[in-house]
Design a protein around this ligand. Structure first.
Ligand code: MG
Length: 474
């Protein structure tokens, strides 16, 4: 009797110790649960187009709150300054020149393009599927619209969106968009752009009603979140806008002080707020990372219908900072340590970062250009990325190493910012001191240029260019 009482006492003691020792472990277990990832990718939104990045009249309270609660990156880049290669870079973690998704013949894919992202490429979605994620692509794809190239053949369980740019398949008459925007904005009608809207591989609407497309993309995202809440998920929400032609739904039209472009950005911002609200309602906020960025800089020739690169030089189509540096916000309460990050990052890093956080191994059979930013997100550790290579098509135009960027070739785009110029001595800028690339300091900094040259030579010596997938059209 005495002995059993002692045993009982002992059991209680063990239970007591277990109970009070293990809560920290169970917390650790919650934290090791695979996080959900949502990438919200705007189209042609510039570095200066959010209020948190300095825009004086575009009101983006939801994105601004995301930036306050999470990390606001100020030296974050895309893999190319136009749509198709930039998207290939984000999803594969590789410079588009490697996959053949960059070309000197056509800068992007068109509705009569024959090809798309090669099946041999591995997307973030394919990576995450290996460890049990549900995956959805919502919005603009632009990596091939033929069935074999669609998201559903590239690791996504679900697709809803316009498969290429919203200004394609134009069937309207008369004035082009630029003139319409200035002289007859009412003439810009969604019916004039005969773009298809797909669900998985089926066309469900044509022309897609672009007045409501931003709103519908957000709704589709929320419905996928609610459906997938019991499994880890990855959602790639690539908005068709604010790429021209601009359209906003009734609730947002005419509301922004910035005009129609502002209406569009504010509607995207509203959708971001709805998505975060849904995550909180489903109890998923603590275990989800939301990233917001844009595919390339603003399309400046469209004047007030194009965005702003803020203090950065030039825009879409160029390798000046305005073409390839973007706002980038990482939000994830419980995962992302809030702060302002001036370290260097790239959309290509999402591949390795998500892989690391989800516990999936990075492919060893190919060069991955992305690095793992997870310790910068969690603890503000220095970013492992120290350099950026700026490609235009398949040519390397510029390179950044640490503070400095050397331009070997410069060229404007769409009739602005000058003709192609090859610089015998590269022009050099200190991007921390001179983000607007105004003051060439090449003369007294030959050692810095030598260092950048070495980086470029090393890169070029190992580079195998993929077969051009953008060149062939029907
Ligand atoms: Mg774009």
């Amino acid at each position: 009797m005495k002995a059993s009482k002692k045993a009982l006492h002992h059991t209680f003691l063990v239970l007591f110790v277990v109970f009070f020792t293990y809560p920290s472990n169970s917390l650790a277990q919650t934290n090791t649960k695979k996080p959900n990832f949502i990438v919200i990718f705007a189209d042609d939104l510039g570095y200066g187009d959010l209020s948190s990045y300095g825009h004086p009249t575009i009101n983006t309270p939801n994105l601004d709150r995301m930036a306050m609660e999470g990390q606001k990156w100020t030296n974050f880049y895309v893999g190319a300054s136009v749509c198709t290669p930039s998207r290939a870079a984000l999803l594969t973690g590789r410079l588009p020149v490697r996959s053949g998704m960059a070309s000197n013949k056509h800068r992007v894919l068109f509705p009569d393009s024959k090809n798309g992202l090669p099946a041999s490429e591995i997307t973030i979605a394919e990576q995450l599927k290996k460890v049990g994620y549900s995956t959805a692509c919502i919005g603009k794809w632009h990596l091939g619209h033929k069935e074999q190239y669609l998201p559903t053949n590239n690791g996504f369980d679900y697709y809803y969106g316009i498969p290429y740019s919203n200004d394609m398949d134009y069937i309207g008459k008369g004035m082009g968009y630029q003139k319409l925007a200035q002289q007859n904005p009412e003439g810009i009608k969604t019916e004039n752009y005969n773009v298809p809207l797909l669900r998985n591989t089926e066309i469900i609407e044509r022309p897609a009603n672009q007045n409501t497309i931003t709103k519908r993309y957000a709704e589709e995202t929320i419905s996928f979140i609610r459906k997938s809440k019991n499994k880890p998920f990855f959602i790639y929400l690539a908005h068709s806008l604010p790429h021209i032609p601009l359209f906003a739904s009734k609730d947002f039209s005419g509301k922004s002080k910035r005009g129609l472009y502002g209406d569009v950005v504010e509607e995207i911002d509203h959708g971001v707020g709805q998505i975060l609200k849904a995550l909180k309602e489903e109890g998923l906020a603590e275990n989800t990372i939301v990233v917001f960025t844009s595919d390339n800089g603003p399309w400046l020739p469209f004047k007030t219908h194009g965005g702003s690169a803020g203090l950065l030089k030039a825009g879409k189509g160029t390798t000046w900072e305005g073409g390839m540096r973007e706002p980038a916000i990482f939000w994830g309460p419980g995962q992302v340590k809030p702060g302002l990050i001036t370290e260097i990052g790239s959309t290509m890093d999402l591949f390795a970062t998500f892989g690391s956080m989800a516990g999936v191994e990075i492919p060893k059979d190919r060069i991955i250009d992305g690095v793992d930013l997870s310790e910068t997100l969690r603890n503000h550790n220095p970013s492992p990325r120290k350099s950026i290579l700026y490609y235009r098509g398949t040519d390397l135009f510029a390179a950044r190493l640490g503070d400095y960027k050397a331009h070997f070739i410069t060229q404007g785009a769409y009739g602005q910012f000058g003709e192609r110029t090859e610089h015998e001595t590269p022009i050099l800028f200190n991007l921390y001191h001179d983000p607007s690339e105004q003051y060439n300091i090449a003369e007294n900094n030959t050692e810095i240029i030598e260092g950048i040259n070495k980086l470029v030579e090393d890169h070029k010596s190992k580079l195998v260019k993929g077969k051009d997938q953008l060149a062939e059209r029907e």
